[in-house]
Design a protein around this ligand. Structure first.
Ligand SMILES: *Cc1c(COP(=O)(O)O)cnc(C)c1O
Length: 392
């Protein structure tokens, strides 16, 4: 758990500074120093680090996340579409960018003009990339991608020798340079899972096959966050790390720091008698006289409705349970004996330093992963960046 020691009942803890002015609603604050600290921690466990900033940097903002990671030891960027890569180029990033998961007719000419490297998961993609290289008179920088048992992206082992042979031919024609061989692990969050042993065997064999075909890939890469944290056999030349940058450790073996804090102001307060219902369907009713506070944040902002019965926020220095169903735009919070003050700030989640819930808790309350909460945060949230001092 990320949470600091529980805050004693009744103790008020300083909330982040409140913004004033019209239009202030829920606010999502990014702390880039948390991403930097996580990057340093992960980079120390990798030969080289590619910062995977797909899905808008796991909801943190791709450019902000990339800048924080590159400033702290990452040396390249990874995304799952050419479009995302082009956005990063347009934002001024000059480091190597690798895009995988492209359709066979992907925007490869645009990618090559922007010096974006491409994962090649099979011969059809290779043909398409080579055609784009010939049209743009560029040498495509490619990473041959193998499927080592996930059944997702990448060539099947049987198709690998032919892919290597054709890639070597493309090199000879001056149209491609095979800079990498890559695969992805499906079971790495469970250290010791034999599925990882099998994937490692397949990967090592594929690397040998590539060498026999005359390829000299400088970057062999297999590990993502989980394997980087727990399995040094998967190190090779590069780790592609996403989740860990943002404070997610799927193996539960380390303490990485969450970088996002979601706050919302109290917009209304009321006292209700025992038996009063609240929210759609009155799924909640007051067991005794209590106070309710209304926050302008809901499932359209990414708070999973399935967390309704369990979720809490930090308000007035104390954990308060959500009362009733999470609505699209709002939640009701049961503040017990203490009436909240309109304008007071509630913390929906954060790094946990002040006793506020973490994204990990929200994920548990809704039966999902931190990844899904982070990438599901709503576009209408007001976003800001505020660097916090992080103890090393
Ligand atoms: C998302 C992704 C990664 C990053 O994985 P994390 O577990 O988030 O570090 C690495 N490689 C591939 C192919 C991916 O799709």
């Amino acid at each position: 758990m990320y949470c600091a020691a529980p805050i004693a009942p009744g103790v008020r803890v300083a909330e982040p500074p409140r913004r004033t002015g019209r239009g202030d609603g829920a606010e999502l604050t990014l702390d880039p120093s948390a991403i930097a600290a996580n990057t340093r921690f992960l980079a120390a466990r990798a030969t080289r680090l590619m910062a995977v900033v797909k899905a808008d940097g796991f909801g943190h903002g791709a450019a902000e996340a990339a800048a924080a990671a590159l400033g702290a030891g990452a040396t390249s960027l990874g995304v799952t579409s050419v479009e995302e890569a082009l956005v990063l180029r347009a934002a001024g990033f000059r480091v190597p960018i690798l895009s995988w998961l492209n359709p066979v007719d992907g925007a490869f000419e645009e990618a090559l003009r922007a010096h974006v490297s491409l994962a090649v998961p099979g011969c059809a993609h290779l043909t398409s990339v080579v055609r784009a290289a010939s049209r743009t008179r560029r040498t495509a920088r490619i990473h041959l991608q193998l499927d080592t048992g996930m059944g997702r992206d990448g060539a099947e082992p049987e198709a690998w020798p032919e892919l290597c042979r054709r890639a070597r031919q493309a090199e000879a024609d001056g149209l491609a340079e095979v800079v990498g061989v890559m695969s992805h692990l499906g079971c790495a969050e469970t250290p010791g899972d034999p599925c990882t042993d099998r994937a490692l065997d397949l990967f090592r064999t594929a690397v040998s096959t590539a060498a026999e075909a005359g390829l000299r890939p400088r970057r062999r890469h297999l590990a993502a966050t989980s394997a980087t944290l727990t399995d040094s056999r998967t190190r090779f030349d590069l780790a592609r790390v996403g989740a860990g940058l943002f404070g997610i450790d799927p193996t539960g073996t380390t303490r990485l720091r969450p970088a996002l804090t979601l706050t919302a102001p109290v917009v209304a307060v009321r006292a209700v008698p025992a038996g009063a219902g609240a929210g759609y369907g009155h799924s909640w009713s007051a067991e005794r006289r209590t106070h309710l506070a209304l926050l302008p944040v809901g499932y359209a902002d990414g708070l999973p409705r399935s967390a309704s019965a369990r979720a809490e926020v930090l308000l007035g220095g104390r954990r308060c349970r959500i009362a009733g169903r999470i609505s699209m735009d709002q939640v009701i919070v049961d503040t017990g004996d203490r009436p909240a003050v309109p304008g007071e700030t509630a913390t929906v989640f954060g790094p946990g330093d002040r006793g506020e819930p973490t994204v990990r808790e929200w994920a548990r309350w809704s039966g999902t992963l931190e990844h899904e909460i982070m990438t599901g945060l709503g576009a209408r949230l007001r976003r800001s960046v505020r660097r916090q001092a992080v103890a090393a």
